[in-house]
Ligand binder design. Structure first.
Ligand SMILES: [Zn+2]
Length: 303
């Protein structure tokens, strides 16, 4: 949720302290990793999944940007399997892919009506109305299913019965076809969250990010650790920072930090959307409307 992660966004002052904390990590390599996370998360706005699958190959040094792909094969687990983060995502996606019969019915009615041998004329008309209501509003799936059931029950008994059994047959087939196993999803890991997430992120607007990325890539050709190491680097930086404590931000809060910063700099909604790879422009607009007023943000450029 946007509101939730916005609360974990660090303002400019807090971010400076966070970077200071990252510099204070005792082990020089841990400190480098923490600074990489600070800037790639807190200024370039990477998702945690994007940070841990980062590869130097993504960096276009000449154009000064990082090109985040839609898919990057993950072999970061023990043996040749994917990492813990990817298998957790895979379990979740497999679970979500499991449709209930009402959900499958609705999807068939919305997209596979032509596969039904016989649709009574009045049912077709009424379902179109239900469909329009469903795409125009935020009706719950339960409410939609109740409407669909009502339409089906109102039709002529013989026609209605034939139609219902044909619908359920196609719906069962649809459930089979959309069901994904954990293994199937894992084989695709890592995959960016949405197609919009595949994007180009320029980094030369922030010289400190530029320097940290260069130093990181001098040592590593990919993020060398797990997701839990990433969280540990964030928490340790918070512990060592002067005005912050653990819980003030998270890897996802760093992404919100970057979004708030760019919104305050006056970046427009379409540019923000492309930069962060959001599916909806409303997410960008929410950051813009909650950013400080123009006078304050223009003064901030001076600091
Ligand atoms: Zn992975």
């Amino acid at each position: 949720m946007v509101t939730h992660s916005k609360e974990l966004a660090l303002d400019r002052y807090e971010f400076e302290h966070f970077v200071e904390g990252a510099r204070r990590l005792e082990d020089p390599l841990h400190s480098l990793e923490a600074q990489f996370v600070a800037f790639v998360g807190g200024r370039l706005g990477f998702r945690a999944g994007e940070m841990i699958h980062f590869q130097e190959e993504w960096v276009n040094w000449r154009q000064r940007r990082i090109e985040i792909p839609y898919h990057e094969p993950c072999e970061k687990g023990n043996g040749s399997g994917c990492c813990g983060y990817c298998s957790q995502q895979a379990r979740q996606e497999a679970e979500y892919s499991e449709l209930s019969l009402p959900e499958a019915r609705l999807e068939v009615l919305q997209g596979r009506l032509s596969e039904l041998p016989h649709v009574p004329g009045d049912v077709r008309r009424q379902l179109q109305t239900v469909h329009i209501v469903s795409i125009d509003s935020e009706l719950s799936k339960e409410a939609l299913d109740r409407q669909v059931t009502a339409v089906l029950e109102a039709t002529d008994a013989v026609d209605g019965e034939r139609f219902r059994s044909a619908l359920d047959e196609v719906a069962e087939r649809h459930r089979e076809e959309t069901r994904k196993t954990v293994e199937e999803v894992e084989a695709q890991a890592w995959t960016a969250k949405t197609e919009n997430a595949e994007r180009e992120v320029p980094f030369d607007w922030c010289p400190r990010a530029e320097i940290v990325i260069e130093r990181f890539c001098d040592v590593y050709d990919e993020w060398p650790k797990s997701m839990s190491a990433l969280t540990r680097r964030v928490n340790r930086s918070l512990e060592l920072a002067d005005v912050l404590e653990v819980g003030d931000t998270t890897p996802h809060g760093l992404r919100a930090t970057a979004a708030s910063r760019l919104a305050a700099m006056g970046v427009s909604a379409p540019v923000l959307q492309a930069y962060f790879g959001w599916a909806q422009i409303s997410t960008a607009q929410a950051y813009i409307s909650s950013s400080p007023d123009r006078t304050q943000s223009q003064l901030q450029h001076l600091g």
